[in-house]
Design a protein around this ligand. Sequence first.
Ligand code: PLP
Length: 363
Amino acid sequence: MQWIPLNDLSRSIHDQRELLTGAFARVVESSWVVMGPEHTAFEQELAEYLGAAHALGVASGTDALEIALRAVVDPARPVVVTAANAGGYTTTAARRGGFRLRYADVDEATMCLTPATVAPVLDGTVGAVVVTHLYGRAADVAGIRALCEPLGVPVVEDCAQAIGARTADGRVGSLSDVAAFSFYPTKNLGALGDGGAVVTSSAQIADRVRVLRQYGWTSKYRITQDGGRNSRLDEVQAAVLRARMPLLDEANATRRALVERYRASASERVRVLDAQGEGHVGHLAVVVVDDRDAFVAHLAERGIRSDVHYPVPDHRQPAFAAEHADVSLPVTEHLADRIVSLPCFPELAAEEIERVCDALAAF
Ligand SMILES: *Cc1c(COP(=O)(O)O)cnc(C)c1O
């Protein structure tokens, strides 16, 4: 029996052979390798697609988060509030930026931060709240902004899993002060390597990001801002992303429909998180089951790969658990032991989807 993979990048890469080699050829012809015409065009096209004024290419999603935080956090308020169930990326970025982490619990139904979970941890030391649009779902940024704005606390969106998700107020990435995107190959819009972007509609924040991503330079060899780094999106990756961007909305719709098929098939013992409507882009198909070990074994018997996103909440990660020993996040901790991710990518074949649906129904 052929295993059904959680994800298989070779399928889209092979399907897109001509599109991708065309993108490489454009870079070879121009001979620009960094900060060239593909990069400039990608920044413009991404900003336009998202409905934001500025998009700035950087080397990864984690870099985008770190640079976005450095651009908006007042050093006198060094605490960054975020969720502990989103894979540790914001934690890594904030710690690298020299900030302190404070975790808020998440909503049981959506697994995202909400105004109700954020409110109890806000105070005068908080310099930013990072809202992750987890698994592809647009979180309630408007509600969290309404809470944060009167306190002068900027809101950062982590859009790494949710590019293209649309709300009544616009697409994710255009809803807050500044947003971070990742183009890691498994994301809904993936490069053939690493990449990321910082997105904002503030000219002032965009200027700061431009300086921070390039050594702290305001002009060549003049460092005017401390905390700068070298974080570039290569010209080849920008060309690949430009080639793939027109395919994004349709691929997102396919993912969304796939998650909804799983949801319609699942037995009562398995709760499939919904992916209804344009506010969800089906990045991951996540289920909640009480008896996770038995469920994973049941999938494996049927040749279905699964994984857990994510097994260890940030405040329990061995590297920094001691700093958060007194922190308790009941919903986050409860769900970390019960979540499982199913195969989810647009190139899954009909018979593979069928087999996953049958396994969900039979559990
Ligand atoms: C993938 C991911 C990131 C990090 O992106 P990289 O490009 O791998 O650094 C950040 N946040 C979330 C939610 C992610 O899924």
